[in-house]
Design a protein. Structure first.
Length: 488
């Protein structure tokens, strides 16, 4: 039975309540986890308050050394952690290994930044005294909460833990209810390296209970959410009245434009990874594809062939080459959503070019499997075009000009990622300048680099994670003014 990590110790919920974590590949119980409530939140926040001063005063080098020691412990247990991630989340083992690698790389990036946080010295008008100057001090924001979704439980936990810890702020992590296990394992190991009790804690349970209790606790000053736009709205409502610092990494409907001069072979490979990695359950997945008409038929045929190479199945096994493993969707709800969106488009005239159904194999009947699809002739008023498609289905449209492609790309409520495949520098620059999104990748797959700030516009959120920029959300700027320095 898994336990939470509170005040330096493994803990059950004070109520004793638990829930089951199930494997999306076969419905079997992987483990049980505590269902935290208000009393557990109170205990964890009290521990964070007790830890705050000491952690804020720990030297940056010592903070980095503790993080690095923890990362070594995590690396040494990587097999166990990735197996757990595959069992609770459904992604194939090689994707789980990729995710753990990304987590370790991101945490190392922040460990390296710990000693580089610095403020400013600012000359002030001589009216304040001849040598007057101001200082900008960087101070930790205080008790922080990180709320994480189920699609990338480890990397999206790291994008919160890394910047919080190096800023000197204690952080409480609330994983998605369905994916707490690998997270708990990692948080235990990071603590084992010697973090002070209360600096890094983890509470498990539902968003509406434990998530809301954390956000509303008066001692919590900072909330980082990665989740759906709907949850983002709720977090704003709860955190707004008390002026808490929030960042919201929300949903997306990323467009990808394929130009006639693109390297079509590479572009097809890029689109496959961009759309179908993690069974399409990525915020920054390509969710709408716009292909210039002169290369559209050729490109879409090559794409459909590649997508036909996926073999859905248990993530712990591999199909023979050239076939590629795709795991199940994460929940029954997730699969029903995708099926509903596709059925709606088909009822309005869309054509499914490949996939788009549950597999026939009776051995897979207990998992939430769905064969990845490419869909053409998708009406603009269909759910597939208008909603976030959080699964392995890609709608494709023909475009005639770059103007049309960019206009269509912007015709959405979201603005997370976007991409263009072209050799034309002018076109690439126009896409970068004119697409309303937090990122534009040029001739590259959609991926959140640790080094670059990542965040959306419009309904995709507020603020950034990744990069040195992310640390600013865990810091407060305090001004100080030194006047009268020329007094005798
Ligand atoms: P979700 O919003 O349902 O849940 C995310 C987290 O929020 C979970 O831990 C959940 O328990 C918690 N939560 C839910 N309701 C809450 C509430 N009222 N108060 C506090 N916490 C609450 O999202 P999901 O289904 O787990 O994840 C998929 C969504 O996340 C998609 O929309 C996807 O695009 C988005 N996402 C965005 C990014 C990004 O970086 N922008 C990355 C990954 C996923």
């Amino acid at each position: 039975m898994a336990k939470m990590f509170i005040n330096g110790q493994w803990a059950d919920a004070l109520s004793g309540e638990t829930y089951q974590v199930r494997n999306p590949a076969n419905g079997q119980v992987v483990d049980t986890a505590p269902a935290a409530g208000q009393a557990d939140v109170e205990a964890a926040v009290t521990a964070a308050q007790a830890a705050f001063k000491g952690w804020a005063e720990t030297s940056p080098d010592d903070r980095a050394a503790l993080i690095r020691k923890g990362l070594q412990l995590v690396e040494a247990r990587s097999k166990e952690i990735t197996a757990l991630l595959t069992a609770e989340q459904g992604k194939p083992l090689f994707e789980a290994q990729g995710e753990l690698h990304h987590f370790l790389h991101g945490m190392e990036f922040y460990a390296g930044l710990a000693s580089k946080i610095r403020g400013d010295q600012v000359p002030l008008p001589p009216a304040l005294g001849k040598h007057a100057y101001g200082l900008v001090l960087k101070r930790p924001v205080g008790i922080s909460v990180g709320i994480v979704p189920w699609n990338f439980p480890l990397t999206l936990m790291g994008t919160k833990v890394g910047p919080a810890l190096i800023s000197g702020s204690p952080i409480l992590i609330k994983p998605a209810k369905t994916t707490p296990l690998a997270t708990l394992k990692i948080i235990g190991l990071l603590n084992e390296a010697g973090l002070p009790p209360g600096a890094l804690q983890c509470l498990t349970g539902s968003g509406s209970v434990v998530g809301e209790a954390l956000i509303c606790h008066p001692a919590v000053r900072r909330v980082a959410l990665t989740g759906s736009s709907e949850t983002g709205r709720r977090v704003m409502q709860l955190a707004g009245p008390d002026f808490k610092r929030i960042t919201l990494e929300l949903g997306g409907s990323d467009p990808c434009i394929i130009c006639p001069d693109a390297d079509l072979k590479r572009a097809a490979s890029g689109v496959v990874v961009g759309r179908y990695w993690n069974a399409g359950q990525q915020c920054l997945a390509i969710k709408r594809l716009y292909v210039f008409e002169e290369v559209c038929d050729q490109f879409v045929q090559a794409l459909a062939e590649k997508v036909g190479n996926y073999r859905v199945g248990d993530g712990t096994t591999k199909p023979e080459k050239p076939f590629i493993r795709m795991g199940p969707l994460h929940t029954a709800y997730q699969r029903e959503e995708i099926e509903g969106q596709l059925a709606d488009a088909v009822s309005k005239g869309a054509r499914v070019l490949v996939g788009g159904r549950r597999p026939d194999d009776p051995a897979l009947a207990q998992g939430f499997y769905f064969e990845p699809a490419v869909v053409a002739d998708v009406p603009e008023d269909s759910r597939l075009a208008a909603e976030e498609v959080f699964g392995p289905v890609l709608p494709v449209w023909k475009v005639k000009t770059l103007d049309e492609a960019i206009q269509e790309a912007n015709n959405t409520a979201w603005g997370l990622g976007s991409s263009i495949w072209t050799q034309n520098m002018g076109w690439a620059n126009r896409a970068i300048r004119e697409i309303e999104a937090g990122v534009t990748w040029v001739n590259q797959i959609h991926y959140g680099y640790d080094e670059l700030p990542f965040g959306g516009v419009k309904a995709s959120g507020l603020g950034h994670e990744h990069g040195p920029e992310a640390v600013n959300y865990y810091l407060e700027n305090k001004g100080a003014v030194f006047g009268g320095l020329d007094w005798e």
